[in-house]
Design a protein around this ligand. Sequence first.
Ligand code: NDP
Length: 498
Amino acid sequence: MAVTHPPGVPVVDDGVLISTHPASGAEVGRVPVADEAAVAATLARARAATAWWVSLGFDGRKERLLRWRSIVANRLAELADLTGRETGKPEADAIVETSAALEHLDWAAGNARRVLGPHRTRTRLLLAEHSGHVEYQPLGVVGVIGPWNYPILTPSGPISGALAAGNAVILKPSEYTPMVGQWLADTFAEAVPEHPVLQTVHGLGDVGAALCRSGVDKISFTGSTATAKKVMAACAEGLVPVVIEAGGKDALIVDADADVPAAAEAAVWGAMTNAGQTCIGIERAYAVAPVYDAFVDAVVARAGRLRVGEEIGPITMPGQIDVIRRHIEDALQRGGRAVLGGADAVRPPYVSPTVLVDVPEDSAAIREETFGPTLTITRVADAEEALAKVNALPYGLGGAVFGRANAVRIARRMTCGMVAVNSTLTFVGMSTLPFGGVADSGFGRIHGDDGLREFSRAKAITVRRARSLLPAMTFERTPAQVARIARVLRMLFGRAPR
Ligand code: NDP
């Protein structure tokens, strides 16, 4: 059936969400919109499924998660095609996105026991007669709210961590990418047909809000900072904990001893992949004076060769085009220069690669998330000036540094959660690393050991092994024993550090 609304704008018609391609408007699929009762029923099914999922233990869950991994890997072409139809994303980008999702799923399944399973803690002199044990138990049901820009990868991180930790999951995909979210849940159900351990609820923002208020045990939110605040407010009503993966304005610093051609190539990839619609996309570059001209030239040469419509897909969310246009026009009006692209680059639903220089630091193109294939490049005297400018924004998601002698030192001083040295974006695909931001970019971590612990609660247990030598925690202690305890405390803790 032909859809007559503007391409890419999701429509709710008679309780059904209709998803379309952002450029052609071709219908991709339909899903039922959940109301509050449907969200509550989904939660009830998830709660009933948790006991079984927990009973499988780490090994049983691992086996099923790896079954799901195999299905996704073997049907990669189908998933890439669907993602392309729903977001406009080039096939190669969808495959790269899925590769990271598969890596995180594989890692979470294989490492959950090591990270979360029972551990004995080290014995100390005080309470030496007891052994300490810690294990990380599942929370129950985790709600995952995802964005449209990486509809496979962004929900997969928290879904993999939460499932491996023993939780059931309810996914609310973006209204722009419901079919990709449904595909993930459907393939999971093929791998795990017994119980609805991973389910979806579909709809607009109000369905996400209903999920926050439904009684889930945690919300993992990925999306804009503005929506994150609404999510936190809704979750606060029920004291529901949240992990927030919000927006960014990531920067690249190019130091004097950088490999400039490599930095330029990586800058173009980091800024323009997925048409710049990347939370950890490089939106600002700061190049030190000795390499600035060469870096700008190399970036312009490489970005100028990108093929719009092939390597650069359409802007998925039509409303974002106005933001991109405003940032470019504002930068140009305020003294910036387009050395590639510019105001004419915006031809909806496409935006051609745009490189802006001499842009004032207080302009929108430097301070606000653009989410398009644009890059500002700013000349700085040295890495110190670059760091001051990079760290001046309230965002702090990721970043990158190109250089040799001081690159890692510079990376440590960037106020953000992740930095790639001599590459861009790589940390998102490394399953052993935690992923998350600071300040307006959010808090909490997905991926890696921290990402597994994010979806569990620490349970501490002490076990008495012997009679107490220093019986402090009993009314049966004698004055002599209390005096001995006091002597031991002075011996253990009384000496000043040298
Ligand atoms: P939004 O914040 O608009 O939406 C994110 C999700 O929240 C969507 O599923 C949305 O549903 C839902 N939502 C909307 N309103 C509410 C509400 N009141 N309560 C609960 N849920 C709600 O972000 P976008 O989808 O536009 O994604 C782009 C943003 O995501 C960018 O800022 C980007 O930087 C950020 N992002 C961050 C990442 C990270 O890891 N830090 C990774 C990827 C993206 P609906 O779509 O139906 O409105």
